[in-house]
Design a protein around this ligand. Structure first.
Ligand code: GLN
Length: 446
């Protein structure tokens, strides 16, 4: 059942849907959810484990937050309630949203519904697997460098990362505050528009929230606008054969739907990786300093206060989180700050400028979401290889732009191939319109 369909149901019917989902989840071995909540009465929405829901144990997939109970609702949760939707369960994720596979969660890994030997992507892998596996009508995820779009692509669903500032971050467990955005993960483009309309809007509780007027996208969703779409032939060269084939297929479908295709180029993505991993780890170091065993969650008592901090953090954080805290402290330390952090901010400006230049002439940019389709567990064990797999998603966060991932093809093993359409800041309507048109066109070709 889609969100659009669910929005028409009576309260009794919604209660039945909830019950049926809970039964399916109990029988599922995907490990998409880490906890369920049957108390709500609205349309059930799956919530990533880093979004505050009052009264829930919210842990960001980390041992260090075990025992912490959220004392308030994130703004997006208040907005769900106001629209007759309710949080239904916490979905699994990489610890503190750091990762691309959901393997770094303290609750163990989530399986890809299309092939249980493969990763569902990450960090919002639980939300993606829940929607793809028929265990959720729709879900919320968060995207700092691709964590909505990449698991959406690996699981064959739709994921929208809104423009930075469009959706309130109040109540989102911070990873990298200048990059994080909450967004919808859904079965189709129309549902993404519906859920986006519900959660977006200015919020005085988030100082980075954009006070910019918006019109609801779902009632205006149109597959008939003729758009100019930039493609990036050089940028795509490094992707796998299946992803390149999917790219070609998406281009043909866009042409067939009447859109104009033009060729453009982007900066070598190796600069994106460096700028992103310096910025994200620097911000993460600062954000994660608050987990000290005193204020939230788990504590390991030591001989004195400092020892308590050290023991709590040594035992509470996993390896990937520790690695990033060290890297973040390094790039912020005096002597290295100018060489790394300041430089990364300059590169970030260049990336932003490059996108702005392209968007003077085009409405959308078509890009792969990931260099490959979903891979087996453990395949990217080396952290650097894992970081490199983010090449197609992170520049969008660095530039603060909206982007939607949607399924366009299958690889030889039957695994989904996703593509993304990137748009101008605050122009979610065009992003959704382009994706809707592509989705419908691909359906007619089936
Ligand atoms: N894989 C990227 C990282 O680990 C992106 C994660 C995300 O968007 N939360 O930083």
């Amino acid at each position: 059942m889609t969100l659009k369909e669910a929005l028409k149901l009576s309260p009794e019917e919604i209660a039945q849907v909830r019950e049926a989902l809970a039964q399916k989840i109990a029988q599922s071995d995907l490990n998409a959810y880490v906890a369920l909540d049957m108390a709500g009465s609205g349309i059930p929405i799956a919530i990533k484990d880093n979004i505050q829901v009052q009264g829930w144990s919210v842990t960001s997939g980390s041992k260090i937050l075990k025992g912490y109970i959220a004392p308030y609702n994130a703004t997006v949760i208040e907005k769900l309630h106001a629209a007759g939707l309710s949080p239904f369960g916490r979905t699994n994720m990489d610890e503190f949203a750091m990762g691309s596979t959901t393997e770094s969660s303290c609750y163990g890994r989530t399986l890809n519904p299309h092939n249980k030997g493969c990763v569902p992507g990450g960090s919002s892998g639980g939300s993606a697997a829940a929607v793809a596996g028929g265990l959720a009508i729709a879900a919320l995820g968060s995207d700092t460098g691709g964590s909505i779009r990449q698991p959406a692509a690996f699981c064959g669903i739709v994921g929208l990362k809104p423009t930075y500032g469009r959706v309130s971050r109040y109540g989102l467990g911070a990873y990298a505050s200048s990059l994080d955005q909450i967004g919808p993960m859904t079965q189709n483009v129309e549902d993404a528009a519906l859920l986006y309309d519900i959660i977006c809007g200015h919020d005085p509780k988030d100082s980075t929230s954009a006070d910019i007027a918006y019109a609801p996208t779902a009632p205006n969703l149109s597959a008939n606008r003729k758009l100019t779409v930039a493609i990036l032939p050089k940028y795509v060269e490094g992707a796998s054969e299946a992803v390149r084939a999917g790219y070609t297929k998406a281009i043909s479908a866009l042409k067939a739907a009447g859109h104009t295709i033009v060729e453009r180029e982007l900066l070598d993505p190796k600069y994106d990786i460096s700028a992103y991993y310096i910025t994200a780890t620097a911000e993460a170091t600062t954000n994660l300093a608050r987990y000290d065993g005193i204020r939230y969650g788990a504590r390991v008592e030591g001989d004195n206060l400092k020892d308590t901090f050290i023991r709590t953090r040594s035992e509470g954080f996993g390896d990937e989180v520790k690695r990033r805290i060290m890297l973040g402290n390094f790039v912020l330390s005096s002597g290295y700050y100018d060489a790394y952090y300041v430089k990364a901010q300059k590169v970030r400006q260049l990336i932003k400028h490059e996108y702005e230049t392209i968007f003077q002439e085009v409405d959308l940019i078509l890009s792969p979401v990931a260099p490959s389709t979903a891979y087996p567990f453990g395949a990217l064990e080396d952290p650097l290889t894992m970081y490199l797999s983010d090449i197609y998603t992170i520049s969008v966060n660095l530039a603060g732009l909206p982007s939607i991932a949607l399924p366009v093809d299958r690889d030889a093993q039957g695994l989904p191939v996703g593509m993304q359409l990137i748009g101008r800041a605050y122009d979610e309507q065009t992003v959704l319109d382009g994706a809707y048109s592509l989705e419908l066109q691909l359906k007619t070709q089936e």
